[in-house]
Design a protein around this ligand. Structure first.
Ligand SMILES: *Cc1c(COP(=O)(O)O)cnc(C)c1O
Length: 857
């Protein structure tokens, strides 16, 4: 019989064990190994079963399941109690002591709101589908470790993302186990009178969407998740937060309205209720939460600001991170649908037309009647970034049409390369080795290159242990999947020899959108077969990945792989593991010798799985895309050359697949199997050392967080404080100035440029003097900056390697153009070209391109 409802009754712990409650309630356990060990010791078999369950590890569920006799036993075990209390004290210290952020000079914001549609924190909370969510989870965890005062904001999806199984004919099956909040470390946010704190959004036809707010503690960082599954909503509205990326169109819009507008209101409620400082900086992880800016504009309008003034103020404190160079990855809605939702009391201070203008694709190449969430994100944020250097560059090109007249490198989108939370993603064995050898378990900090203290054999021994751990985990998963698909039928004998802990192991796991090319390795099945079955230097492959439920193409790719992996001669050497999730990933990355990534360059914005592999001493084999494009150095792995100039996609696949096979066959396998007298592959181990020593600190999310704080959050907070001063007077002035400059701009132009100071054939070291005459129309010299732009003249007189020199204002006489002068010294030989440009200038602008206005000679 099936239950119609289920919930978890929380265990009442004996008073002596109260420390466990505190430890279970804070998700810090998910990256704190000593706390995990404590919970494991309560009921090892339950803890280990949870690891492979789709439910995931969760101390609260564990305490609910363990038999009362065991709890009584522990309550009488003074050693256990002392351990639990020491860990609780350690947690309390972690939550209150000053950390990196507290050592920063000057005024720093006390609250930073961080919005994301998904958060990947622990397997027990399947509120993520892939890299975007895992990154958001890692962002919060590192913020906690560094003491950065972030408040996370998202949605609580009752069924999360789906659980994957594979049918007998290799087809992906999805199921949606419903989560039980009572069994998870989350509590409803409450008003002082005990009632649930709620946010309400007005909807068309006089309806309203109500959500309660769950609060989770991710170390020091509170995470607020909005949930519409409450009796205040009718049946259809209860389902708004049913699934992550479950629906399209209107369902999706409702989720994003809730995430943005509801999320903004939830933050205000939370800071109000807890006496915390209101948020000053607002960071949106991708465009989904973009409506949060409109809610803040609405607040300012109710304080008496006009829309353009409020827009300037809101932009100052907003940071937008774009995550995809794939146009299909961007959320877009029919403008009419968006209009219908804003023609209500949803945001009474904001006109529908102003909303639509923010998301309009009213630029070259845009589509009419479309509302683009990323475009709105960029227009609502004064600071924006991509997630690797290459992705920043690609984004400047992709969104360049929003700043017409500016070169791609002027487009105000920077980059912060992603990182991964090292304590979550570094295997305990690696940390233990660091602790034993160097007395510090922070593997991103120790000197892995110290051969005196750490011998090759120890590193190689570690790698074997990690490989063996993966082999065991893979066998257990394959066995469990078999039992589920074939109830009552014994497991095949060959399962026992599935994978080999001494064979070169290549891992590949990720979501399955086309650009990631899950099946590139199958391009030449016979060549793959030969690699897998090589008599002396065999290779084995561990693969995992989920296809979006609506993507049959992706499911066909999985099916092809699964079919191949079932062929009798290779099935012990290639395996597809169902239900890729955090728990699997934590064993998979460390256990692989080679982490493979073969996206179509440059469509992988960053990619983080390879980073997690590297933190454990795996070497990467990857297309030079995303993070690998900036970190590959010839000793930390291999680069698959991308055949960018191939005639078509098929040719490109063929060339890149061939290059991949060649690298594995001729470089990787020989190096792995070339052993010294002690059975250690010396060159390989030295590459591992190099990888751990050089990449660990760089790939850590702590590095990323510091860059966000120093490069984006602090400047945004300063800008926000400046513009909000004296009841937003600077915002009003900036808005008025912006309107005046925009109106006068058509008259601004470079009338004439003169140059001198060099002979007919200029030489290196000489100086070029430039005098520019600029027509300012209604503007004054204070309103503009005039710049000499110079560089190498390329084909069609295009300037490359551009530099800009400000020209100095000389004079402006009534009725005549203003005069500007400056000089530039030739520092290199070769072709040289220059031009002069005029851009608006104002102390509150963060970039000369900000207003999208420019006049070029
Ligand atoms: C890290 C991670 C991802 C993202 O990996 P990419 O390399 O960015 O594709 C996806 N899923 C899980 C479970 C992860 O841990």
């Amino acid at each position: 019989m099936k239950a119609i409802r289920r919930f978890t009754v929380r265990a009442v712990l004996p008073a002596q064990l109260s420390a466990l409650d505190e430890l279970a309630a804070n998700l810090r356990w998910s990256w704190h190994e000593p706390t995990q060990r404590l919970f494991r010791d309560i009921a090892p078999h339950l803890w280990d079963r949870q690891h492979r369950d789709s439910q995931g590890r969760d101390p609260i569920a564990l305490l609910g399941e363990v038999v009362p006799e065991r709890l009584d036993e522990l309550a009488a075990d003074s050693e256990f109690i002392a351990r639990a209390e020491a860990l609780r004290d350690d947690l309390r210290r972690y939550l209150s002591e000053p950390r990196w952020y507290q050592s920063l000079e000057g005024p720093t914001p006390d609250t930073i709101a961080y919005f994301s549609p998904e958060f990947g924190i622990a397997a027990a909370l399947p509120q993520y589908s892939g890299g975007l969510g895992i990154l958001a989870g890692d962002h919060l965890k590192s913020a906690s470790d560094l003491g950065v005062p972030i408040v996370g904001v998202g949605l609580f999806y009752r069924a999360g993302y789906f659980r994957q199984s594979i049918s007998r004919d290799g087809w992906q099956q999805e199921s949606y186990p419903v989560l039980d909040p009572d069994g998870l470390p989350m509590r409803v946010l409450r008003n002082p009178d005990g009632s649930a704190a709620q946010v309400t959004l007005a909807l068309p036809e006089g309806r309203a969407l109500v959500a309660r707010i769950w609060k989770l503690d991710v170390g020091r960082v509170p995470l607020l998740l909005l949930d519409t599954d409450i009796p205040d909503n009718d049946e259809s509205l209860r389902g708004v937060t049913d699934r992550l990326y479950g629906g399209g169109g209107e369902h999706r819009l409702l989720q994003e309205l809730l995430l943005g507008i509801g999320g903004s209101r939830a933050v205000k409620l939370f800071t109000g209720l807890t006496g915390r400082a209101p948020a000053e900086v607002f960071h949106t992880n991708e465009g989904h939460a973009g409506f949060q800016g409109l809610d803040r504009i609405n607040d300012l309008v109710s304080q008496g600001l006009a829309f353009p003034e409020a827009l300037r103020a809101v932009r100052a404190g907003t940071v937008f991170t774009t995550h995809t160079p794939v146009p299909a990855g961007i959320d877009r809605f029919e403008a009419g649908l968006v209009a219908r939702y804003f023609a209500t009391d949803l945001l009474p201070g904001v006109d529908v037309a102003d909303v639509l203008a923010l998301g309009a694709e009213d630029y070259d190449g845009g589509v009419a009647e479309t509302f683009n969430m990323a475009v709105m994100g960029l227009r609502l944020a004064q600071r924006a970034n991509g997630v690797s250097k290459l992705h920043g560059e690609v984004s400047r090109g992709m969104f360049g049409a929003l700043w017409p007249g500016f070169d791609a490198d002027d487009v105000p989108i920077g980059s912060v390369t992603n990182g991964v939370h090292a304590p979550t993603w570094t295997d305990q064995r690696v940390r233990a080795l660091a602790a034993e050898t160097f007395g510090d378990d922070d593997s991103t900090r120790v000197d892995w290159s110290d051969e005196q203290r750490l011998g090759d054999a120890a590193i190689w021994g570690l790698r074997r242990d990690l490989r063996e751990q993966l082999v065991d985990d893979a066998r257990a998963r394959v066995g469990a999947a078999w039992d589920e698909e074939n109830p009552g039928i014994g497991r095949p004998v060959w399962h026992r020899s599935l994978l080999d802990p001494d064979v070169l192991t290549i891992g590949f796991a990720r979501r399955v959108p086309t650009y990631k090319r899950l099946t590139l390795m199958l391009h030449d099945p016979e060549r793959l077969r030969a690699l897998l079955t090589h008599p002396e230097r065999p290779v084995q492959l561990v693969i995992a990945g989920k296809s979006h439920p609506a993507d049959d193409e992706g499911k066909r790719l999985i099916q092809r792989l699964v079919d191949f992996s079932r062929e009798a001669d290779v099935r012990e050497r290639i395996v597809f593991l169902p239900n890729y999730d955090i728990a699997m990933a934590q064993k998979l990355y460390p256990g692989t010798d080679i982490w493979l990534n073969n996206p179509l360059r440059p469509l992988e914005a960053c990619g983080t799985s390879g980073m997690k592999a590297a933190l454990n001493g795996s070497l990467n084999l990857s297309i030079l895309d995303g993070w690998w494009n900036e970190y590959y150095d010839d000793r930390n792995g291999w680069a698959i050359p991308s055949a960018d100039s191939a005639g078509d996609a098929a040719e490109r696949d063929a060339l890149e697949a061939a290059a991949m096979y060649d690298l594995i066959e001729h470089q990787i396998a020989p190096r792995f199997y070339e052993r010294d007298g002690a059975g250690v592959p010396q060159k390989w181990v030295s590459d591992i050392r190099h990888t751990l020593a050089t990449l660990s600190p760089e790939l850590s999310a702590d590095r990323m967080l510091r860059q966000y704080v120093e490069g984006l959050y602090l400047p945004a907070a300063r800008a926000e404080r400046t513009i909000a001063d004296t009841r937003y007077r600077p915002a009003r002035e900036l808005a008025a100035w912006t309107a005046r400059v925009a109106e006068a701009w058509p008259q601004v132009h470079v009338a004439h440029v003169e140059s001198g100071g060099v002979d007919a054939t200029p030489q290196v070291g000489e100086e070029l003097q430039v005098r520019a005459f600029v027509e300012l129309g209604e503007l004054t010299a204070d309103d503009v900056a005039v710049e000499l732009v110079h560089g190498r003249a390329r084909e069609g007189d295009q300037l490359g390697d551009v530099e800009r020199v400000p020209l100095e204002f000389v004079a402006h006489e009534l009725g005549a153009p203003a005069t500007y002068t400056g000089t530039v010294r030739f520092t290199r030989a070769g072709s040289f070209g220059y031009t002069v440009r005029v851009v608006p200038r104002h102390a509150l602008l963060a970039s000369p391109a900000e207003l999208g206005l420019v006049a070029i000679a």
